[in-house]
Design a protein around this ligand. Sequence first.
Ligand SMILES: NC(=O)c1ccc[n+]([C@@H]2O[C@H](COP(=O)([O-])OP(=O)(O)OC[C@H]3O[C@@H](n4cnc5c(N)ncnc54)[C@H](OP(=O)(O)O)[C@@H]3O)[C@@H](O)[C@H]2O)c1
Length: 318
Amino acid sequence: MKNKKFAKYFREYEWSNIFAMIRNSNSDPKICDNTFDGKLVVITGATSGIGYLTARKYASMGADLICVNRNPEKSEALKKEIVGEFAVKCEYIIADLSKLDEIHRVGKELTHLNAEIDVLIHNAGIYLTNRETTTDGLEKVFVIQYLASFIINYILMDKLKSQENARIIMVNSEGHRFAAWGLRLDDLNWEKRRYSGLKSYGSAKVAQLLSMIVFDEHFQKTGVLINAMHPGAVKTGTGQENGQVYRWFKRNFIDKTLKSPEISAEALYYLGVSKEIEAVSGKFFNLTTEEEPAPPALDKEVAYELWKKSLELSGLLD
Ligand SMILES: NC(=O)c1ccc[n+]([C@@H]2O[C@H](COP(=O)([O-])OP(=O)(O)OC[C@H]3O[C@@H](n4cnc5c(N)ncnc54)[C@H](OP(=O)(O)O)[C@@H]3O)[C@@H](O)[C@H]2O)c1
């Protein structure tokens, strides 16, 4: 079944939004100079790239950290570096965010914290050129890029609502526009179509933006803000799980066009701390500039359907 909604989305596309995206992609992020002493920031995938520099940025401004990482050695090295350099607390939870039971465990551990979570950053992600499945039989990019953030947010909803304030930031991507035809709710697992790295990445990011619509409704009239952002096109370790040809191409061509992930860290700090964001929720930012996502990421009907399917797939209905 082809996505019947493509014609609808096609009519909704506006050239002005594409030009805005190009303009915003060439802008620097706004900088927030406020310190964040004694606040607690949870960040997934802090052992590399954007997550690593974001962890350092928050720590340099006084925040304590809980990093959710898959690699124990890298996590221990990060902890030593952060504590040694910035004298803040830095704990970590080891979890493979492609595995449902480990994602649930992270959600539960965070729920049982005595401290409030001031900022929760969903950053961990991968890009795959070929379809891979997880031990739960789900398509891997969909789980790491979307379902992990969905499950953790869902489990944490009551805790975050009980706090006076909290900000959730999901590191999304302009790559959500690769899913121009919209989300295939009948094939979230990529079993019925030819797999494409760009399309599966785009679909997972669209799914995350759709989930933001519903989470934002749940958080109305609470102090919880949920936003998503594109961190810039920046040079990181992304794509290392792919084959030699892809890695050679990335190193020799793609990487040469990319910016430093310092801009992503500045943007994630601004979105997490700046007073200008105090009343902003349910929005997509290109770095720190609010932007209209592509039509498939704004479809409320699909967002509610996806919510139901995500609860089922995540085992959250049991
Ligand atoms: N780079 C860009 O230009 C760009 C553009 C748009 C959006 N993004 C998004 O930015 C986010 C960060 O990506 P990046 O570019 O910084 O890539 P990166 O350098 O590869 O960092 C990805 C992080 O995610 C972690 N991770 C991967 N799979 C995991 C798993 N199964 N369980 C737990 N952690 C896992 C990695 O851990 P290890 O250190 O153990 O590998 C690493 O810490 C992603 O969501 C990506 O989609 C990046």
